[in-house]
Write a protein that binds this ligand. Structure first.
Ligand code: ADP
Length: 284
């Protein structure tokens, strides 16, 4: 327990990325968010706990990489020279076949181990890519995070968790919150309500909603065409009083990047450590 608390005392913000169902782009959003934060001068870790489909290694272009065991714990895979973006994925350790047959208690132990044994060092953001829906894994994850992050901090921050990350607004204690990813279709939006209820039940602050695959960015005319119904995410966010963070269109370049070298190529290696820190909402 002490070790867990020590690890998390070095991490300023923990962001869970949730979605009502698979395939809506939760991992892609996690990957793009992480690289955007790195390019804004932050130290970031991605923890891929999506047992149902740990896609982060493929999306980031790190499939061949291995996690190393060191004296201080598991060492993340670093994707840039300055080690500003570290990556741990369940996909590095287990085969898909194994993950499917794992039962609850074993998953719980594994999640705890991931949170406790990875040596991230100091991080501005730890982005956790979770399985789709709300499962036992989510409950285990939030339980362990509540143990890792002192309750008083959570209570103190519940009403004022911010996504603004300017240095002067960062408080010393870890902030915990969730970003929910959806697509504009009605069926995905219905699932989102379950996510929101889950967050409320487990006392997890909702940072906001991202609507992915919201229209199609035409490579010829560079305009966004609404191919599904639109406005569902923003209306839902309004009706449930949660922040609407942004819309992301279907962009063929993202698929090409993932198929070729991975989202790691978006990391600006020349980005200055003292880069002006921007609010996530603007940079995302
Ligand atoms: P999830 O994590 O929700 O299962 P992924 O992030 O793995 O979803 O995305 C599923 C597929 O959709 C991937 O092939 C990914 O490249 C693609 N994808 C996701 N978001 C977009 C987008 N905005 N534009 C184009 N393709 C996307």
């Amino acid at each position: 327990m002490q070790k867990l608390k020590e690890r998390f005392s070095l991490i300023k913000n923990v962001v869970l990325v949730l979605s009502g169902k698979g395939g809506v782009g939760k991992s892609s959003v996690s990957a793009v968010l992480a690289t955007t934060l790195v390019n804004s001068g932050f130290r970031v870790g991605i923890l891929d706990l999506d047992i149902t489909g740990p896609n982060i290694p493929r999306i980031m272009g790190a499939v061949e990489q291995k996690i190393l065991q060191t004296e201080k714990g598991w060492s993340p895979v670093y994707l840039d020279f300055e080690k500003k973006l570290g990556l741990i994925s369940i996909g590095f350790l287990i085969s898909k076949k194994d993950a499917v047959i794992w039962r609850g208690p074993r998953k719980h132990v594994m999640i705890k181990q991931f949170l406790q044994d990875v040596n991230w060092g100091e991080l501005d953001y730890l982005i956790i890519d979770t399985p789709p829906g709300t499962s036992d894994e989510h409950i285990s994850l939030v339980e362990v995070l509540h143990q890792a992050i002192p309750t008083s901090t959570l209570e103190a921050n519940l009403s004022k968790l911010r996504i603004i990350a300017e240095e002067e607004t960062l408080e010393e204690k870890t902030k915990l919150g969730a970003i929910i990813v959806t697509t504009p279709q009605e069926v995905a939006l219905i699932d989102i309500k379950k996510e929101i209820n889950f967050c409320k039940k487990v006392n997890l602050e909702i940072i906001g909603l991202v609507e992915n695959m919201s229209g199609f960015l035409c490579p010829n005319c560079e305009e966004i065409h609404e191919i599904f119904s639109s406005g569902g995410g923003i209306n839902l966010a309004k009706s449930l009083s949660i922040n609407f963070l942004c819309k992301i269109p279907i962009d063929q370049r993202l698929v090409e990047i993932c198929d070729r070298d991975g989202v790691r190529v978006l990391i600006d290696e020349s980005s200055d450590k003292n880069n002006l820190r921007k609010p996530i909402r603007d940079s995302f």
